[in-house]
Ligand binder design. Structure first.
Ligand SMILES: Nc1ncnc2c1ncn2[C@@H]1O[C@H](COP(=O)(O)OP(=O)(O)OP(=O)(O)O)[C@@H](O)[C@H]1O
Ligand SMILES: [Mg+2]
Length: 364
């Protein structure tokens, strides 16, 4: 793909003053020019690094300005314009199919309505921190070509509890009149403070407001609720959701794809496969930040990529003292005869004899 393919996006971003679109188009162009025209690529990188683009996204998206809390005058929501060609989040096959099914249903909305069926207007995303709930919401907003309006319920509930019901209503009204995807982040916040007697009445009212709003939601918009603590949610709330997507930690093939996308250009596929094997229980966010740290070591400190990966991998995994053994056995499993004891010794900065001990499962 040539640089010219990114020009319409760049122009669109520039004319609407949308920083996110300008940045993403410029990053694509920089990557493409890195080899053919490095000096222009460098200049673009400098401009992007030092000259911020400071336009209001709300204005650029053609939306009304964000709703405010009456007392503090702080904005209640965060508004993001969709990025037309963002990468999809990487998930296992099963979840991926559920998501595509949801998109298929949205695309057949008119048919459903014509048959008297109510299309899905909401989605509950459940999963531990960093597995891609926010990312998936951004991706959905991009696929539906709607801006994403995020209401962080934890901050709304904690800072202005007395006014929360009103504020939530105001946000729903806003999204209703400005077609958008509404993300209710940290959705469990409305259930969390149950133990505190004094808050109970108010929280019940808030839950009722939410349930009513969910029921009356217009079909051309979408509400996504995200939570790390599904066990805290009221049964009545669960029932209101058309779809519940459970997002778990990525499996080894999803991990490989996440790593490949993040640093695939810098590093050999073999070591990527071993990294994917040993990073069980790391989330997508952990993996991308791991890759970020590796790339920084290589770019800023000119470190060797394999060494940088091993140092960062070791500090990301809980079993640092068992790391060499885990890594060696996993490399053998993944790469078999392709990898020699000498290669492993070089990668890990230890002697071949130590590698051989680890291979036999002996403690060193
Ligand atoms: N499945 C994934 N595929 C690709 N990248 C991912 C994935 N999950 C997370 N990431 C990376 O990690 C970043 C943070 O993930 P995200 O904010 O979506 O997690 P989250 O589930 O919303 O976490 P939290 O519960 O803390 O809000 C993403 O912007 C992306 O770079
Ligand atoms: Mg999130």
């Amino acid at each position: 793909m040539g640089v010219e393919n990114s020009l319409p996006k760049l122009l669109r971003g520039a004319l609407s003053g949308n920083a996110r679109i300008i940045q993403s188009a410029t990053l694509t162009i920089i990557r493409q020019l890195k080899v053919s025209n490095p000096s222009v690529a460098d200049e673009l990188a400098k401009i992007l690094a030092y000259d911020g683009v400071g336009a209001s996204v709300a204005r650029s998206a053609g939306l009304d300005s964000a709703p405010l809390d009456n007392e503090s005058r702080l904005e209640l929501v965060n508004i993001e314009e969709f990025d037309e060609d963002m990468h999809p989040p990487i998930f296992g096959q099963n979840l991926h199919e559920q998501i595509e099914r949801f998109f298929r249903e949205r695309s057949k909305m008119e048919d459903l309505i014509a048959h008297g069926l109510r299309p899905s207007t909401n989605l509950l995303l459940v999963g531990p921190p960093g597995v891609g709930k926010t990312y998936l919401s951004q991706y959905i907003s991009c696929r539906l070509h709607l801006p994403l309006v995020t209401l962080d319920l934890a901050s709304v509930v904690s800072s202005y509890l007395g006014k929360t019901g009103q504020n939530i209503k105001r946000v729903f009204e806003y999204v209703r009149s400005n077609k958008a995807v509404l993300l209710l982040d940290e959705f469990d916040a409305v259930a969390k403070r149950r133990d505190d007697e004094s808050d109970l009445g108010e929280l019940k009212r808030i839950v009722n407001v939410l349930l009513k709003e969910l029921e009356n939601w217009p079909v051309d918009s979408l509400v996504i609720a995200a939570t790390n603590h599904p066990e805290l949610l009221d049964k009545a709330i669960w029932r209101r959701f058309d779809h519940v997507l459970e997002i778990g930690f990525p499996d080894s093939s999803a991990r490989l794809n996440i790593l490949r996308r993040a640093i695939g250009e810098l590093i050999d596929e073999d070591i990527l496969s071993v990294m994917a094997e040993v990073t069980e229980n790391l989330s997508g966010a952990d993996l991308t930040s791991l890759c970020d740290r590796i790339a920084r070591r290589v770019i800023i400190d000119s470190e060797n990529i394999v060494q940088a990966s091993i140092v960062e991998l070791k500090s990301s995994l809980p079993d640092a003292h068992k790391f060499n053994g885990i890594f060696i056995r996993s490399a053998k499993r993944t790469l078999g005869k392709k990898i020699t004891q000498k290669d492993l010794a070089d990668w890990l900065g230890i002697t071949p004899a130590t590698v051989s001990h680890h291979m036999k499962g002996e403690s060193v």
